[in-house]
Design a protein around this ligand. Structure first.
Ligand code: G6P
Length: 763
């Protein structure tokens, strides 16, 4: 114990409502520890080993003040909750407001200001505890609905941290979420993270809608979620990734446990004790109204009543794990379930066989594995469930490829376990049908379904879940840090950029004297440093400032000419003056003052676009890190996040497959980190010609960095200035090392034009 000393700090800090171990205080005051309820402990076990990690959480009993201690190589940092905190923050706001609201209001949520206030206070306590044990630049991973304000609070305390948040339960549609009196604070709280993870793509989409409705942030859809761009109070821009990362279990460990002789012997014993020839149905849940236990019992009771099954052919074991017993809805549910189980037994049990074997307590892992092995059918009938790990546990235990899973389509697991017998638990007739189907399923079909589901669970296990999340977090935080560093460098030390040298300086001074000047600029790699996430790209402030100065001068027009779609370009240059002309899709789209100009697609073009989308979508799905961006007249295959082998294979497949399907109709543009396919053949050269005509320019300055900019350089004539940013072959007359020097050249052009005689310029 190190009273008064500085706390130890760690490179990874997990923050969740409960510590991985749960305390019970005995009558003599002694504390006993058991494993915590919920699947988080198992899901995180693999990442926690081998790193210097701490876990911040409540030890599970009220009024228990403990010093940090070590367990299994992890530092546990207890956050105390007084009895009153438990009532207001945990039972109140977390489990009386958020839980029912986020689970489709199956139970009616209550909203109380005292609950909310305590939720804020306790969230702050968790944030402070995490801030105190996180090393400089550490990763902090915050979990679940009890702690939705922690990401923001923590960022305020420790902007150096990489902050991730994962919501284990569903995120509701906006129609429901908007009930919450503190909806904006919750969204702001979550947006403090670099990455916000959800179970399903649908949850991530619901969150994106809430962000759009409640904040001025820019939200762009992308693979399994969206990229959110916000302006911090400091004026800095920051990106947040909101994406689905479906949680899983340690499938290998559970299978290994199920394979042990002791567990197998116990499974046989369970079967024999219930009657070896009966079909064994199993339900395992925390006793929660979201789990559809009543619906399940009703369906089973009706099957007995109809005579479709009898207690001689079937037995139902229902394990109900106690949870949140002091919350009224849970106490009522217990009464309802026990009444129903008692009635079914009263009506149908015989001296030999009980209809429902009901157990209101938790069992150790070994016993659970044995039950999974013994059960012919597992029933997961949740009315709404973030994931449901019991479904995955059942599948992982069945190394014998036996057993049938009946699974509610309202679980996150249903997105992955498509070969389960999927049910709508509200439809009692359908649920009865499904139970019979499961009981009577032929062996070959059982095995083929179980085999497919096992493949999924084994490949997408907890280790993969946590490493996918933490990788996305590391990347997100790296991009943010790079942008912050850029902004600092730009604000503090412009002198580090080399001064514009001859002969470029004279060429710029020559341009500055021309009456009507058009300055056309590529965006990525020219005004904006290239970053991993295209949505996060921003022009250097010095470049934007130069553009603002230039555009305010008479006879001076500025255009941004990009391969991005116009909408996309508008999003990344939202901070530029409105007078800037925008050209998107390599010239296919133009935004003039009057509005957007774009010729509608013909029938043939639409069909070509569909084919392109399908082929590229398939290719991206086969290669990790490759994604497809849709544009008005084509698609870009992005490869910057893929390893070399995937990037090359994807490019090759795309060229080959699209060549075969669409041949010469398609224009291919090979960029450094993109491969683009367009059905309309405009070039940046044509765009520059067009802009020259409509602005009546006497001279053009074009700056660009990539292969597609060469068409624009080729369109320049005597008296124009072409400026290449970065390395590579070019037709441009001048070259600078990168965006910082482009910005400086634009500043010098503005300086020269301000000082140049202006009388001949039109106003
Ligand atoms: C669900 C929640 C967890 C919670 C667990 C047990 O899985 O997502 O955050 O810890 O239930 O509930 P309890 O209220 O007992 O912690």
């Amino acid at each position: 114990m190190n009273h008064g000393a500085e706390p130890r700090t760690h490179e990874l800090v997990v923050v969740s409502n409960r510590l991985p171990v749960d305390s019970q205080v005995g009558p003599d005051g002694a504390v006993e520890w058991t494993r915590s309820p919920g699947g988080l402990v198992t899901a995180l076990e693999s990442v926690l080993h081998g790193v210097d990690a701490a876990w911040v959480g409540w030890p599970g009993s009220p009024d228990l003040e403990l010093e940090p201690f070590d367990a299994d190589g992890i530092r546990l940092v207890p956050v105390p909750l007084a009895d009153d905190d438990v009532a207001r923050y945990y039972e109140g706001f977390s489990n009386g407001s958020v839980w029912p609201l986020y689970h489709d209001v199956i139970a009616v949520p209550s909203y109380h200001r005292e609950w909310w206030e305590r939720y804020v206070t306790v969230n702050r306590r968790f944030a402070e505890a995490a801030a105190a044990v996180a090393r400089d630049g550490a990763t902090v991973w915050v979990h679940d609905y009890q702690l939705q304000l922690v990401p923001r609070l923590l960022r305020e305390l420790r902007p150096d941290l990489a902050i991730g948040f994962f919501l284990h339960i569903p995120f509701p549609p906006y129609g429901l979420f908007s009930q919450l009196p503190w909806r904006s604070q919750i969204v702001e709280g979550l947006l403090g993270a670099d990455v916000v993870g959800f179970q399903r793509t649908g949850d991530a989409a619901n969150f994106a809608t809430a962000v759009r409705r409640l904040t001025p942030a820019v939200v762009r859809a992308q693979h399994r979620g969206s990229r959110i761009e916000l302006a911090e109070p400091s004026g800095r821009r920051r990106g947040v990734l909101a994406q689905a990362f479906p949680i899983s279990i340690d499938a290998a460990a559970l299978e290994a446990l199920a394979r042990t002789p002791a567990v197998q012997a116990r499974a046989r014993e369970i079967r024999e004790s219930l009657g070896a020839d009966r079909t064994l149905l199993l339900g395992v849940d925390r006793l929660d109204y979201t789990k559809g236990i009543v619906h399940r019992l009703e369906a089973y009771g009706e099957l007995l009543e109809d005579g479709a099954i009898t207690v001689d052919d079937a037995a139902l074991i229902q394990i109900a794990v106690p949870t949140r017993e002091r919350v009224a809805a849970y106490a009522q549910l217990r009464d309802e379930v026990e009444l129903l189980a008692g009635r079914i037994n009263g009506d149908f049990q015989t001296l030999r066989h009980r209809a429902v074997s009901y157990h209101y307590h938790a069992y150790p892992r070994e016993e659970m594995a044995a039950m999974f092995l013994a059960a012919d059918v597992a029933l997961v009938t949740s009315l709404r469930d973030g994931m449901n790990l019991v479904a995955k546990e059942y599948v992982a235990s069945r190394f014998d490829e036996e057993g049938v899973l009946v699974l509610s389509e309202f679980t996150g697991a249903a997105d992955e376990l498509r070969r389960a017998v999927l049910v709508n638990p509200h439809d009692i007739a359908g649920l009865k049908e499904a139970i019979l189907t499961a009981m009577r399923m032929p062996r070959a079909e059982r095995r083929s379904r179980m085999r497919a589901m096992r493949r999924r669970v084994v490949e997408h296990d907890a280790r993969r879940w946590s490493s996918d999340f933490l990788e996305a977090l590391a990347l997100g935080a790296a991009v943010r840090r790079a942008q912050d560093a850029d902004a600092e460098r730009d604000a503090g030390a412009p002198t580090r950029v080399a001064e514009v040298a001859e002969p470029l300086r004279s060429a710029l001074e020559g341009l500055a004297r021309r009456p009507r000047l058009l300055i056309a600029l590529d965006f990525d790699g020219t005004l904006a440093p290239e970053v991993d996430d295209p949505a996060a790209a921003r022009a250097l402030p010095a470049a934007r400032e130069a553009v603002e100065r230039l555009i305010a001068m008479p006879g001076t027009r500025v255009a941004l000419v990009s391969g991005r779609s116009l909408t996309d370009l508008e999003a990344v240059v939202a901070d530029f003056p409105e007078e800037v002309l925008l050209v998107g899709s390599h010239g296919a789209e133009i935004r003039l003052e009057a509005g957007t100009s774009f010729e509608p697609l013909e029938e043939r073009e639409r069909a070509e676009l569909t084919t392109l989308g399908e082929l590229l979508g398939g290719i991206a799905a086969r290669h990790e890190g490759v994604w497809v961006e849709r544009k008005p007249v084509g698609f870009a295959l992005h490869t910057r996040l893929a390893v070399e082998a995937d990037s090359q294979a994807a490019r090759l497949e795309a060229t080959r497959e699209i060549g075969a399907a669409l041949g010469a109709d398609v224009i291919v543009r090979d960029g450094r980190t993109t491969l683009e396919f367009a059905i309309r053949g405009t070039t940046k050269g044509e765009a520059v010609e067009h802009l020259r005509r409509i602005t009546h320019a006497d001279a053009v300055c074009f700056a660009g960095d990539d292969v597609t900019d060469e068409d624009a350089f080729a369109a320049l004539g005597p008296g124009d200035v072409g400026l290449k940013s970065g390395p590579g072959d070019t037709l441009a007359e001048f070259r600078v090392p990168g965006p910082a020097e482009v910005a400086l050249a634009l500043q010098r052009l503005a300086d020269a034009r301000e000082g140049a005689p202006s009388e001949e310029r039109p106003r």
